[in-house]
Design a protein around this ligand. Structure first.
Ligand code: PAF
Length: 279
């Protein structure tokens, strides 16, 4: 595997490649990331991964400085997956001057849910992803469904800018007890780790109620939030949304059996976890 940090060198290395499959990451790779690499392999060749902890998508009080950086271990994992190039730019490589041009998603998608609790997050994500795409020029790129809203925003961005990159969605990788794998799980204490699967259990309970015809969405959300609070979580939201645009479903949408997803974000101790479940 070639490890490349400069944009020029990356372009030289990938010149003429028409079927590149790309998996952008922020490192600290776990089995979930590796499943993205495996899915990428089914859709293209060569595989290019990136590791870049993108300052633009972290708020001033978020964990940019303490975000886990495990470069050597990541390299070994990617080598085993047969990744051809690891693009690992420094901040100077990717942002040699302040990144003044940015991609701002529409407010009705970018400022809801995660965007409401993490202002500017999706502008930071969209900007870096567009820039990474411009460096790698992939035919396909793989994103996990765990970051459901991110996936939708990137997909819409690729469509609106007519990018020549197809966005592929990968299912969420879960531990045996249901907890969605995330680099931030490493922040959990032993007791918190034991409690953490309750988030997914709660999503399942909401989904189950909907499937069995309980359609008072507001009531379901309230009950789920109360359950987590009672167990000492601090939920930001548990919300039933339409899969098509992440807006709340109207009575008409529900009557017409619109496809739904339950999305959630909640803090357990100091760790903020997100998850979702399609109904
Ligand atoms: O999902 C992530 O790890 C990041 O948001 C991404 C897509 C690599 C952009 O920094």
């Amino acid at each position: 595997m070639k490890i490349i940090s400069s944009i020029e060198e990356l372009r030289d290395q990938l010149r003429g490649q028409l079927r590149t499959a790309f998996v952008p990451t922020m490192g600290n790779l776990h089995e979930g990331h590796l499943s993205l690499m495996r899915l990428a392999k089914k859709h293209g060749d060569p595989i290019v991964a990136s590791i870049f902890v993108n300052r633009l998508q972290f708020g001033p009080n978020e964990d940019f400085d303490k975000y886990p950086r495990t470069f050597q271990a990541d390299v070994e994992k990617l080598e085993k997956e047969g990744v051809y190039v690891l693009f690992a730019p420094t901040e100077k490589d990717l942002y040699p001057e302040p990144q003044e041009y940015r991609v701002r998603p529409p407010d009705d998608l970018g400022n809801i849910l995660e965007g409401e609790f993490r202002p500017g997050f999706f502008t930071g994500v969209s900007t870096v992803v567009l820039k990474l795409f411009s460096c790698v020029q992939p035919r396909v790129a793989v994103f996990g469904k765990k970051d459901y809203q991110q996936l939708m925003i990137i997909r819409n961005m690729a469509k609106q800018f007519a990018l020549p990159t197809e966005i592929i969605a990968a299912d969420t990788w879960r531990a045996d007890d249901g907890l969605a794998l995330s680099s931030r799980n490493g922040y959990l204490s032993e007791a918190e780790r034991a409690e953490a699967p309750v988030l997914y259990q709660t999503l399942n309970e909401v989904a189950q109620e909907i499937r069995s015809g309980h359609l008072d969405i507001f009531e379901l959300e309230k009950k789920a939030m109360a359950k987590l609070s009672h167990r000492h979580w601090k939920p930001d939201y548990i919300s039933v949304r339409k899969r098509s645009d992440l807006q709340p479903p109207s009575a008409g949408d529900i009557a017409q059996k619109a496809e739904l997803v339950v999305v959630a974000a909640a803090k357990l101790g100091n760790t903020r976890l997100i998850d979702n479940l399609e109904v």
